[in-house]
Ligand binder design. Structure first.
Ligand SMILES: Nc1ncnc2c1ncn2[C@@H]1O[C@H](COP(=O)(O)OP(=O)(O)OP(=O)(O)O)[C@@H](O)[C@H]1O
Ligand code: NI
Length: 313
């Protein structure tokens, strides 16, 4: 197993309150597999990726275990694999690039870390090759550009090039198509799959069509995995009411908004965290809905790869 996460919990201390971000998340990724994560804003997708990459901020507390190739993913191990065997393509590409350094300098620095033997000229040439491989037509111009001079799509490709500096076994790509027009989105997703064909990919997205390019899908709500399975099965025959409502809210499927607001992560409900917004709840009898409101459902297996966290799905 390449990566195994068991019972991961991440909470943040904000002033005097504690905000849960990831709750009891367990998942396993085999080499070369492609997995997408979908879920509304604030459900814990990025925090999960940050926990794996070992870059949680100081006010975060985490519990649970993460193993990499069956060894505990310690700080020490993270230092040797991050940027090399494990790459993160962060959310908000323009914000994650340093505004006062050129794109080329930043990617060549990433390259220098994994290939310290390269001299200055070789670093320059290899960086241009990475830009070219990441689909940037004018590598030299991009090399000398500052982030503000790049479009969103170009900045994404610069981050893609940085992730390609190593030979990642796992790529964590956090919303790599956010804000891109349809054509650029399609090109970038294709490129991501081509470039990292031999890597495992954990792809965080709000875009259902992007999620559909992966084999497996995880649906998160309020820090938890509420449904998982083969992407095609989950997207065509969703089981959890949240997945059904999330898909129905998508522009291609009717734009029916989910009522209410995402869960309040400082005051989580005792029962099902989605109960207050669930379309199924109103169709249940009193004792069935009482169960939803009072008891927290577990993520129950249904089939070989599928699992769903709902009392009545
Ligand atoms: N540094 C932080 N301090 C306090 N709370 C945080 C911090 N970072 C994230 N959170 C909280 O953790 C929860 C999960 O956030 P996260 O960024 O993982 O959401 P997300 O699913 O990636 O959302 P989006 O789709 O908007 O990127 C949210 O409630 C968020 O407010
Ligand atoms: Ni995020």
């Amino acid at each position: 197993m390449l990566l195994s996460i068991e019972h991961l919990r991440v909470a943040f201390t904000v002033g005097s309150s504690v905000r849960q971000a990831v709750n009891e998340v367990s998942l396993a990724l085999e080499e070369k597999t492609k997995t997408a994560i979908i879920g509304e804003t604030g459900c814990g997708k990025s925090v999960l990726a940050m926990a794996v990459a070992g870059i949680l901020p100081d006010n975060a507390h985490s519990r649970g275990s993460i193993t990499w190739e069956n060894k505990p993913l310690s700080e020490q191990l993270l230092k040797t694999i991050r940027g090399n065997k494990l790459s993160l393509i962060p959310q908000n590409p323009l914000g994650s690039l340093n505004p006062v350094l050129t794109a080329g300098f930043q990617v060549s620095e990433a390259l220098a870390r994994v290939r310290p033997a390269l001299n200055k000229l070789a670093l320059y040439q290899n960086t241009l090759e990475l830009f070219h491989a990441a689909g940037l037509d004018q590598p030299q111009t991009v090399y000398h550009s500052y982030p503000y001079q790049l479009s969103g799509g170009m900045a994404q490709r610069v981050l893609l090039a940085a992730a390609m500096a190593g030979t990642p076994k796992l790529v964590l790509a956090d919303e790599p198509t956010k804000g891109l027009d349809l054509d650029t989105r399609n090109q970038n997703v294709l490129l991501l799959h081509q470039v990292f064909e031999n890597s495992a990919l954990l792809l965080i997205t709000h875009d259902i069509e992007v999620a559909a390019t992966c084999q497996s899908l995880l649906v998160m709500y309020a820090g938890e995995i509420v449904e998982t399975g083969q992407a095609e099965a989950v997207l065509t025959k969703p089981l959890h009411p949240y997945t059904c409502q999330l898909l129905a809210a998508h522009p291609s499927q009717g734009l029916i908004p989910i009522p209410g607001l995402p869960a309040n992560m400082t005051k989580l409900a005792a029962g099902c965290r989605f109960a207050d917004r669930c379309a199924l709840l109103g169709k249940l009898n009193a004792s069935q809905s009482q169960l939803c409101l009072t008891k927290h459902p577990a993520l129950n297996k249904c089939g070989v790869t599928a699992a769903v966290r709902c009392w009545h799905a």
